[in-house]
Design a protein around this ligand. Structure first.
Ligand code: PRP
Ligand code: MG
Length: 212
């Protein structure tokens, strides 16, 4: 039997809510803590637990058909990939921040400065639009530590509750974009699997409506 292949974040903030929405749709699967692949018991669906940043490429290649992923990751790495549905959870911002002690006036203050980030494309695009030239330091995590250890003057990262910024003595100075979890679709999805997607999407829409 043909199954639709869905990518889900292996660990992190999206994992639980992604499984929950599928569960609300009547699609039950294991959480991926012990295995990287699991089949739903009662729907033609197979889940792959993957790293966030790898998911756009899997969609592009058609190795998975759909994914639950943060819009911010698609903006950074998958602008060519379509969104079927916004899912309303895991809302966050992608923002620029500087040490609290800095007297910040405008984005022009980043001219010639060093910015640490895991979102180089997003920052580059934003600063280009503003006509600002900055030096990007690309790191994969714990970005907020960078100003404290002298690696950068500012950072660009995800802000959700704001507690990571607060704990690291940083303040948000520019919100570059807002994001939420979305259902993304591979450009290579087959007609047969599109039919399964339609069924799943119908259930997702009802769940989202009921949540309002
Ligand atoms: C993410 C993100 C921020 C933080 C924002 O990091 O990179 O650091 O969450 O959330 P908050 O505003 O609620 O504090 P995460 O903890 O996922 O780890 P990582 O940066 O090491 O990937
Ligand atoms: Mg972080």
């Amino acid at each position: 039997m043909t199954k639709i292949r869905i990518a889900i974040q292996k660990s992190g903030r999206l994992n639980e809510d992604s499984l929950q929405i599928l569960k609300n749709c009547g699609v039950s699967i294991d959480n991926g803590k012990d295995q990287l692949k699991a089949s739903a018991r009662n729907f033609p669906l197979e889940a792959f637990y993957l790293r966030n940043g790898d998911i756009p490429q899997y969609l592009r290649d058609g190795v998975v058909d759909i994914a639950i992923i943060g819009e911010n990751v698609l903006i950074e790495k998958g602008e060519d990939i379509g969104i079927a549905e916004k899912l309303g959870f895991s809302k966050c911002k992608v923002s620029l921040a500087v040490p609290k002690s800095v007297k910040y006036k405008s984005v022009q203050d980043f001219e010639g400065k060093r910015i640490a980030t895991s979102y180089p494309n997003t920052v580059k695009k934003y600063l280009k639009e503003k006509g600002v030239n900055a030096d990007l330091h690309i790191i994969n995590g714990s970005v907020e530590i960078a100003p404290n250890i002298g690696l950068a003057d500012g950072i660009c990262d995800i802000v959700s509750s704001g507690s990571t910024l607060f704990k690291n003595n940083l303040k948000e100075v520019e919100v570059m974009l807002t994001s939420e979890a979305v259902l993304a679709v591979s450009p290579k999805i087959s007609e047969e699997r599109k039919e399964i997607l339609r069924k799943l999407q119908f259930r997702i829409k009802s769940v989202l409506q009921a949540r309002q």
